[in-house]
Ligand binder design. Structure first.
Ligand code: C2E
Ligand code: MG
Ligand code: MG
Ligand code: MG
Length: 287
């Protein structure tokens, strides 16, 4: 009997492994089709300035539709895209299309709003990366100082010197740099001071702890202090309720992003949030 149950276990283990492989092959196929048939789209999540309570800008987040119209979230397809190298095409699709849209937002509103885009580590370290960004900026006539590129700490683990060099070149173009998911990776103070970044994004996992424990609150306070000592601005991610907002305001978080202020939304809803009239929204989306 025990031998049998051992066999059953082995079979189940193998099956789940096969499932995973089949899943990622299927996902890879879905990504290729989505890229070819333009079944990617992006949503925009507002970021708020704590002091003025005005919109600072928006983060563009990718979404994918499969052949049945199901929406697939990045958490499930980005890892596969990174493994297969398709991430570069995805990132570039999001950057180009969100810049095209956001250039119109800047023209219509005449406000100094920031567009934040996420760049995968693998993409940032690509040889052609800087040229591509430069070309997309030219092509879309997007003002570089209104573009912010979000990277994660993993970029420095894989290749510190190359990453810093690339970021310095980006800064020369006038683009801003944000360090995303801060606190979840390899954070050492000595390397932090060497990074050419403008903004620290405190990861949601720390914001979640704010109301849970004293130490959770202390961590966030410490991160904000470190950020400010290093002359970075600090944004809190995943702010979901008023209590968190109040604490973060007291602790001096410069900006906020989270469901409390707004979930990621379609471009037309971002225009609405900015107070753009329905008529202009229609003509903007048709353009
Ligand atoms: P991220 O860049 O850290 O983005 C924040 C994620 O938290 C987003 O998930 C956002 O929808 C979610 N979020 C924001 N506020 C709240 C909140 O108050 N509560 C909760 N529960 N969640 C909140 P999303 O859109 O699913 O994206 C997940 C991750 O996928 C992103 O994390 C980013 O790492 C990656 N990603 C998204 N778009 C792109 C892209 O175009 N390129 C690359 N390379 N990565 C992307
Ligand atoms: Mg991000
Ligand atoms: Mg993040
Ligand atoms: Mg993330």
């Amino acid at each position: 009997f025990s031998k049998n149950s051992g066999n059953v276990n082995i079979t189940m283990y193998n099956r789940s492994m096969t499932d995973t492989i089949e899943n990622s092959v299927a996902l890879e196929q879905k990504i290729r089709i989505a890229l070819e048939e333009n079944n990617l789209y992006f949503v925009l999540q507002p970021q708020y300035d704590t002091k003025t309570r005005k919109i600072r800008g928006f983060e563009a987040l990718v979404r994918m539709k499969d052949e049945y119209g199901n929406i697939i979230n990045p958490a499930s397809f980005i890892p596969v895209a990174e493994k297969t190298g398709l991430i570069t095409s995805i990132d570039n699709w999001v950057i180009r299309n969100s810049m095209l849209f956001f250039k119109r937002v800047l023209d219509i509103t005449n406000e100094n709003l920031i567009l934040s885009v996420n760049i995968s580590v693998l993409h940032l370290l690509n040889k052609g990366f800087l040229d591509e960004i430069q070309q997309m900026l030219n092509e879309t006539k997007f003002p570089p100082s209104n573009l912010e590129i979000e990277i994660t700490e993993s970029v420095f683990i894989s290749s510190m010197a190359k990453a810093i060099e690339t970021l310095n070149e980006l800064k020369k173009l006038g683009v801003c740099i944000a360090l995303d998911d801060f606190g979840t990776g390899y954070s050492s103070l000595s390397y932090l001071s060497k990074l050419p970044i403008d903004l620290l994004k405190i990861d949601k996992s720390f914001i979640d702890e704010l109301l849970v424990s004293e130490s959770g609150r202390n961590y966030v306070e410490a991160i904000i202090s470190i950020g400010h000592i290093m002359n970075f601005s600090v944004i809190s991610e995943g702010v979901e309720n008023q209590k968190q907002l109040d604490i973060l305001t007291n602790l001096g978080s410069d900006f906020m992003q989270g469901y409390l202020w707004g979930k990621p939304m379609l471009p037309k809803d971002a225009l609405k949030l900015l107070g753009v009239s329905d008529e202009i929204i229609k003509s903007t989306l048709l353009a």
